[in-house]
Design a protein around this ligand. Structure first.
Ligand SMILES: [Zn+2]
Length: 212
């Protein structure tokens, strides 16, 4: 039986999303990225774990344990905002899959500049010539401001400084991919693997939520 996707190699793995057999190469390359994998697929779960371990090992080797502890502490304070920001990245990527790691880094740089300006008491959105970077920046700022200012979210309200730290952490992570990965979209592929289900933006308050 031939792989349903490439129609060349042998289909050895049952793919629940494609409802048929695909080859290990297509599964490895496309799972969670081009294939909308259900979370109970063992190939998906195993692949995800492998990917995560690989990136963790690389970062640990390069940066030491300190950066991990710092990130874990920050994450535990408010996991929802990390999730919302990742979903924003996924949504931007799914509407424009030409976007590169470098565009994301530029967008996050704009967010940091804007938050620094805000800290000095001025509301001014820094922009660049790069429209994708502007789009990233606008989406991330909307999330930060929602968590910072929206009283309905009082439970997980954040400070400007915390929002800035989170953005800095994402930027740091993206820069790691820019420096260490050949594929210019590797960070998106990494993030997509954590969010395989279709994610849509929609919420009256401007939040980004999962609808599937
Ligand atoms: Zn194939």
């Amino acid at each position: 039986m031939k792989c349903l996707i490439c129609e060349r190699r042998k289909g050895k793995r049952h793919c629940p999303a494609k409802n048929g057999y695909i080859c290990p190469t297509c599964c490895g390359d496309k799972r969670g990225v081009e294939i909308n994998c259900p979370l109970d697929c063992t190939y998906y779960v195993e692949g995800q774990r492998y990917q995560q371990e690989k990136v963790s090992r690389q970062r640990l080797r390069k940066e030491g344990a300190g950066s991990f502890i710092r990130r874990a502490e920050m994450y535990n304070k408010n996991p929802e905002i990390f999730n919302d920001i990742e979903i924003a990245f996924v949504n931007v990527f799914r509407t424009n899959n030409r976007i590169r790691n470098a565009d994301l880094a530029e967008g996050l740089g704009l967010v940091l500049k804007t938050l620094d300006t805000e800290k000095r008491g001025l509301v001014y959105n820094h922009r660049s010539e790069n429209s994708i970077a502007n789009e990233i920046s606008a989406r991330v700022l909307r999330i930060i401001r929602d968590y910072k200012d929206n009283i309905e979210l009082r439970k997980s309200k954040i400070s400007l400084d915390y929002g800035r730290e989170v953005v800095q952490e994402f930027l740091h992570e993206v820069e790691f991919f820019v420096e260490n990965e050949v594929n210019s979209r590797s960070y998106f592929i990494h993030i997509l693997r954590y969010h395989p289900q279709r994610a849509e933006t929609s919420h009256p308050a401007g939040n980004i939520i999962l609808t599937s």
